[in-house]
Design a protein around this ligand. Structure first.
Ligand SMILES: Cc1cc2nc3c(=O)[nH]c(=O)nc-3n(C[C@H](O)[C@H](O)[C@H](O)COP(=O)(O)OP(=O)(O)OC[C@H]3O[C@@H](n4cnc5c(N)ncnc54)[C@H](O)[C@@H]3O)c2cc1C
Length: 404
């Protein structure tokens, strides 16, 4: 395989060959379309369990819940795109098994597809809240289908309790409030978005929610959820004795990578499908990208799993470029965004590792950018309502990390 920069087509690629991609999320879809833009001549089959053609997931907790954008408007590409680019799109189709020895996958209906390269872009699923197991009426948000169901529940305008004050939980809370619901967020940590924001940046965000009528209760551990079949709704009780009655309960307590297929195939799995910096798994010709992949952290050591849109997209593109013949590492600097009550919060790198920081603007007013440094080196950037500044500062962080 050539390094990036060489255009030579690798002689070992006997055409026609077949790349099978499992998962029609952003990682899988980007892998398919990048293969074509990189000049890949082989057959491409993109298989996804969801019934819909590939669509953008981030609007689900925002515009789709608020009803300002319909499901058809969030499609990644026009419906004809896939056939026009000779990508065989198989929606509503689950891959039931992978046989790495025979280099084939078996679909749920028994059909067997041989592959030269296989990309596992199986994504992740909402983490199930133990206290909600078997309790009817607790919602999770991941797919367009679940967004449609939740949107219908929120249209009832009753009180909503969101369990989990991370990115998705806070966006659901903001959308439910915009629809006129009374909303409480229950968060176990001492602040919302605690995994990505220091307290002095999370506090103004909390204040924004309170200003807009969303109650955020921190340090709350859910002990029990009781469903009321007759009057409808649930009561959520916390271990501190407090209880919240809600017409709609949503659990948003993180995600777990979908690794069942990989594990059954004997691939190395540890909080995700274990890959190297090029997305290669422990089996020859098998790659993993997106939320499902667990990759080496090339900047800070150890391993990590991305759970964000841009990272999944960039990984899908990198893996495809590698398959097309130009060995391409995964980008090393993750970044993400969130929209809450009209404020866009953007985060890149690892602010949590910083030893010092430099603030531009006013975090209290949710109008600021912050550069985080560790021993003088930029390790992260956070921006609130400053997208242009974020773009520029992200370049600074990229430059500090060697360009990617
Ligand atoms: C509501 C919501 C809002 C979000 N908002 C933001 C945001 O504002 N900013 C941000 O950076 N990130 C956001 N994210 C995160 C981002 O959307 C994800 O990181 C990204 O979609 C992951 O893409 P993926 O392709 O790896 O996986 P997924 O999008 O999960 O796609 C995986 C696909 O694989 C399919 N699949 C799994 N197993 C099989 C199988 N055996 N056979 C066939 N198909 C299979 C699944 O059905 C699924 O369609 C949000 C996520 C959610 C749920």
């Amino acid at each position: 395989m050539s390094e990036r920069g060489s255009n030579a087509w690798p002689a070992r690629f006997a055409k026609p060959e077949h790349t099978v991609i499992v998962g029609t999320g952003i990682a899988g879809a980007t892998a398919a379309l990048t293969l074509r833009t990189e000049g890949y001549q082989g057959r491409i089959t993109l298989v996804g369990a969801e019934a819909e053609v590939p669509y953008r997931r981030p609007p689900l907790s925002k515009e789709v819940l608020r009803g300002t954008v319909k499901g058809e408007r969030i499609r990644l590409k026009p419906d004809t795109y896939w056939s026009e680019h000779a990508i065989e799109l198989r929606t509503g189709t689950t891959v039931a098994a992978v046989d790495t020895g025979a280099a084939s996958v078996t679909l749920a209906d028994g059909e067997v597809l041989g592959y030269r390269n296989l990309v596992l872009a199986t994504g992740s699923s909402p983490r199930e809240l133990p206290e909600a197991v078997g309790v009817p009426g607790v919602h999770y948000l991941r797919s367009l289908r679940s967004a449609t169901t939740l949107a219908a529940a929120l249209a009832g305008r009753g009180p909503v309790t969101v369990i989990g004050g991370g990115l998705v939980g806070l966006e659901i809370a903001a959308s439910a409030r915009a629809l006129g619901c009374a909303v409480s967020v229950l968060e176990a940590a001492d602040r919302p978005m605690s995994r990505v924001l220091p307290a002095w940046l999370a506090d103004p965000l909390s204040a924004l929610h309170w200003d807009r009528g969303v109650e955020i209760h921190t340090g709350v551990t859910v002990a029990r959820i009781e469903h009321h079949p007759r009057r409808g709704g649930c009561t959520v009780s916390a271990s501190n004795g407090r209880a919240w009655s809600a017409a709609t309960v949503v659990a948003a307590v993180g995600t777990v990578p979908d690794t069942g297929l990989a594990q059954a195939a004997g691939l190395l799995v540890a909080d995700g499908i274990v890959v190297d910096e090029y997305g290669r798994t422990s089996a020859s010709g098998v790659f993993a990208a997106g939320d499902a992949a667990n990759l080496p952290d090339m900047l800070h050591g150890g391993r990590r799993r991305g759970e964000h849109w841009n990272e999944a997209m960039e990984q899908g593109a990198a893996v495809a470029t590698t398959i097309a013949g130009v060995l391409t590492p995964y980008p090393r600097l993750p970044w993400s965004w969130s929209d809450q009550h009209g404020v866009t919060i953007q985060v890149c790198g690892r602010p949590d590792l910083a030893t010092e920081h430099e603030v531009h603007g006013d975090p209290e007013a949710r109008d600021a950018s912050v550069v985080f440094r560790r021993l003088g080196r930029v390790v992260g950037v956070v921006a609130m309502s400053r997208p242009a500044e974020f773009r520029a500062l992200r370049q600074l962080a990229l430059a500090a990390e060697g360009g990617r």
